[in-house]
Design a binder for this molecule. Structure first.
Ligand code: SF4
Ligand code: SF4
Length: 280
């Protein structure tokens, strides 16, 4: 099994386009599990034949502390240990700030009275669907008001199709904790960028993270055109391979806006994908 992450320093560079294209092409020969890790705004399913009514659906929950007032002696140790300030004790009344809780269970471990019980808090919903016999899709929708996408990403990653030849993670945009959560278990990273000064700037940030994590990395240029030199110069300096260029095409953009990402649109695309070296 090979695990591939598709990432970019910012949103809107074409990560989903490439993730869906890669999944569709690879699934012509291999069993593929595409995991949309952008749990704040999942959209891979919009470009696949996803039917919510035929998918498996489950609540995603995280640990939340429940204090048993019968056992608690209000010593305050649970409040002291919580480095995220998610618990407050005021005159024998607990106030819990769920958005701040990182579910670390530190409060359970320090309580001398066994007064902290395991509660559950719903943070989102997960979906799993068979798109066709060789392509499977997972994604999650984060509950409104939930602040941390990482638990949902971990949950999606814990349910990888064990029989898949390729797992493709469509990473969230940006360069923070959720992206690191995705990249840490990947064998190879495709960084998708666009040939603009903004694209180049965000690519630089994303590349530093990937390099720090010691991952194999290569580049994809989306909206490729006359300004490709911006990315090509970067690639040359950093000794990175540009494995694909997706041309800036009005016709493709129109299909995209109609919810279609067509593998037949680019004649050589399929060969390029199959000829990439996935051995490292
Ligand atoms: S550590 Fe346990 S006993 Fe002490 S205040 Fe917290 S819940 Fe109560
Ligand atoms: S689980 Fe961790 S973060 Fe949440 S309240 Fe307990 S100590 Fe604080």
């Amino acid at each position: 099994m090979k695990k591939i992450a598709v990432a970019s320093g910012k949103g809107g560079t074409g990560k989903t386009t490439f993730s869906v294209l890669l999944s569709k092409v690879l699934s012509k020969k291999y069993r593929v599990h595409l995991i949309d890790c952008d749990v704040e705004e999942p959209n891979c399913h919009l470009f696949l034949n996803f039917k919510e009514e035929f998918s498996e659906r489950e609540d995603i929950t995280v640990f939340t502390p429940e204090i048993d007032p019968e056992k608690c002696d209000y010593c305050g140790k649970c409040v002291e240990v919580c480095r995220f300030k998610a618990l407050l004790l005021a005159d024998k009344t607990f106030i819990k700030f769920d958005e701040l809780c990182h579910s670390c269970k530190g409060c359970i471990f320090v309580c001398p009275k066994g007064a902290v019980k395991e509660g559950k808090r719903k943070v989102g919903e997960g979906f799993f669907s068979e798109i066709h016999k060789n392509l499977f899709l997972s994604f999650a929708r984060m509950t409104v008001s939930q602040a941390r996408p990482t638990p949902l990403i971990s949950e999606l990653k814990s349910k990888i199709d064990k029989k898949a030849d390729f797992v493709i993670f469509d990473s969230p945009p940006g360069a923070s904790c959720p992206v690191v959560e995705v990249l840490k278990d990947s064998d190879r990273v495709f960084l998708v960028t666009e040939p603009t000064p903004f694209g180049l700037y965000d690519l630089g940030i994303a590349f530093e993270i990937v390099k720090e994590m010691n991952k194999d990395v290569c580049l994809v240029i989306n909206k490729s055109g006359e300004n490709d030199f911006l990315i090509e110069d970067f690639a040359k300096k950093k000794k990175l391979e540009i494995v694909l260029k997706i041309p800036f095409s009005k016709e493709f953009a129109k299909k995209y806006s109609d919810g279609e990402i067509d593998t037949d649109f680019f004649p050589d695309f399929e060969n390029k994908i199959f000829n990439l070296d996935y051995s490292h």
